[in-house]
Design a protein around this ligand. Structure first.
Ligand SMILES: Cc1cc2nc3c(=O)[nH]c(=O)nc-3n(C[C@H](O)[C@H](O)[C@H](O)COP(=O)(O)OP(=O)(O)OC[C@H]3O[C@@H](n4cnc5c(N)ncnc54)[C@H](O)[C@@H]3O)c2cc1C
Length: 506
């Protein structure tokens, strides 16, 4: 088989790239080892529930945002996205709650959020307000820049100058802040406020304020203000729409098809993909890998063809593991909470380096308006926690050791859940759990690491971030381990960047 473009992996990154290229008239084929698309963002059914693996909080669904831009080119309608208000509530260990993303971008909403901050953090209210007032215009400027030029991390010198001219008011400030961490701007705030920020940055950036690059923090903490959305049917609805789009545009999606490695021609150019079945799928124009950067180089390219400096960077970059509880919950129990989605901080860790594995978890219930996701009177709930992925791959003599580790983790998480959210009472039951090994089995991501690469100073910005480009001119990478990072909106942006480089849209 020969195609112009072969895409390995039908996660949201691979599917979006393929949908765009197929709509632009290219002959595209997607190879996916699972029987369905969606990867980490798959929804799965158990006992009448449809669980999202994710927290079900999606950015970029507003007018003119990344998803509208992509779907404007596709021959299918996007899934229904509804703005969440509040986007989420952050509950602190002293039971203080902060509503985040409760309004829109109007002055009134900004005023309400500032009032919320004054009420929740009286000990440092002026400094907390200053933090957001300084960060918001920077986040907005970077958002506008990414809309104008999605491939910010690989811009030419000329492209950068053009962008700086367009953002003349903020450009020099943004440049000056490139080497700052978020923590450098939190010095005048209390531990309580810093932990409120840490818990959110951990979700968006995979690291707390002491490590998170300030420009990334500015974009991330602006997301709830710009709007976070839920998708009817969960993220699988997005994967299905993209798959339909590829097919309608004449492309091909081959499920249950595992890529083994890349095929190279005699000049060392990527010529296609060797499958586990022994078949070679040839690509005349480009191959796109939707695998993580670790797996793109470790499995598809191979260590012998990966330049040494890249091998060293891949070795030093580490992602997180996720431990997830899928719960069936009484609708009444969820309604006793102040929101359907809560970031719960259950330990201050005063004077310690922030350890997300012991400090926080995310509670997310399917929206009441998405009734098909749960039996009558129930909600599908996903509770996710951070864990060290490598811990789950320590040597096990037999499978029962993994089960024991899973059971111990479940007991700890169950106790933390009930201690932090006593309103749930007996209204929740465990339906299923997922460990990094489960994620590995479902997606083959190295060590089951999810959520991209932490957005530390060392991993972000021009020259530091992994991008869609590789040392091979016709091999591209898309997904949450390359610029701009974690989450479906970012993954979609990475797909648009790669598609534009392979075959620019009109
Ligand atoms: C617990 C949790 C909560 C999250 N919450 C949110 C949220 O609320 N909002 C949000 O926007 N994001 C969230 N995310 C992040 C989001 O799910 C991911 O960033 C995104 O789905 C990653 O997509 P991807 O395309 O990069 O890769 P993946 O989803 O990993 O897709 C890669 C695909 O490649 C396939 N593949 C692998 N190896 C091969 C091979 N050899 N041959 C063929 N196919 C192969 C895999 O099966 C998979 O389908 C969450 C993630 C987790 C883990």
């Amino acid at each position: 088989m020969t195609h112009e473009v072969v895409v390995v992996g039908a996660g949201v990154g691979g599917l979006t790239t393929a949908a765009l290229l197929a709509a632009r008239g290219l002959d595209v084929c997607v190879l996916e080892r699972e029987p369905d698309g969606g990867g980490c963002a798959t929804t799965f059914a158990r006992f009448g529930y449809e669980f999202e693996t994710t927290a079900g909080l999606y950015a970029g669904w507003g007018a003119g945002d990344i998803h509208a831009r992509v779907f404007s080119e596709l021959p299918v309608a996007p899934p229904e996205a509804r703005r969440l208000a509040p986007a989420y509530v952050v509950r602190l260990p002293d039971a203080t709650e902060v509503r985040v993303g409760a309004g829109d971008e109007s002055e009134n909403s900004v005023g309400e959020f500032e009032e919320e901050l004054r009420r929740a953090f009286p000990e440092c209210a002026p400094a907390a307000l200053d933090f957001y007032r300084e960060l918001t215009p920077i986040g907005e400027a970077l958002h506008r820049a990414a809309r104008r030029t999605p491939a910010l991390a690989t811009l030419s010198k000329f492209g950068r100058m053009k962008l700086m001219a367009a953002e003349a008011r903020h450009a020099s400030r943004v440049l000056a802040l490139q080497t700052h961490t978020a923590a450098e701007h939190l010095a005048a705030t209390s531990t309580r406020f810093r932990r409120f920020i840490d818990a959110q940055l951990q979700i968006y950036a995979g690291c707390a304020s002491d490590e998170c690059a300030y420009p990334y923090a500015a974009v991330a903490l602006n997301l709830p203000r710009r709007g976070l959305y839920a998708l009817r049917g969960g993220a699988s609805a997005l994967a299905r729409a993209l798959t339909d789009s590829i097919k309608l545009s004449g492309g091909r999606v081959r499920f249950d098809t595992t890529a083994l490695r890349l095929a190279f021609d005699a000049d060392g150019r990527v010529a296609g993909v060797d499958l586990l079945s022994g078949e070679t799928v040839r690509a005349t124009r480009a191959v796109v890998s939707n695998l993580t950067v670790w797996d793109t180089y470790g499995k598809l390219v191979g260590a012998s063809r990966t330049p040494g400096h890249l091998r060293a960077r891949l070795k030093s970059a580490r992602g997180w593991g996720a431990y997830v509880l899928y719960l069936g919950a009484d609708d009444a129990a969820v309604r006793r909470l102040s929101a359907d989605r809560l970031i719960v901080l259950d330990s201050w860790q005063e004077g310690e380096t922030y350890d997300a594995t012991r400090a926080q978890f995310m509670f997310s219930a399917s929206p009441a308006w998405d009734a098909a996701r749960a039996p009558t009177g129930k909600r599908a709930v996903t509770v996710s926690l951070y864990t060290d992925a490598a811990d789950w791959f320590a040597y096990h003599t037999d499978e029962s050791e993994h089960e024991t580790q899973d059971q111990q983790m479940l007991e700890t998480c169950w106790a933390r859940l009930h201690a932090a959210l006593p309103e749930l009472g007996a209204g929740v039951e465990v339906i299923e759990t997922a460990t990094p090994r489960t994620f590995y089995e479902q997606t083959r991501r190295k060590l089951g690491m999810t959520g991209g690469i932490p957005q530390t100073l060392a991993n972000t910005g021009t020259g530091n971030a992994f991008t869609h480009r590789t040392p091979f001119p016709n091999l591209y990478t898309v997904g949450d381990t390359v610029f701009p990072g974690n989450g479906l909106a970012a993954v979609t942006q990475s797909a648009l960047i790669a598609a534009d480089e392979i075959a620019p849209g009109k």
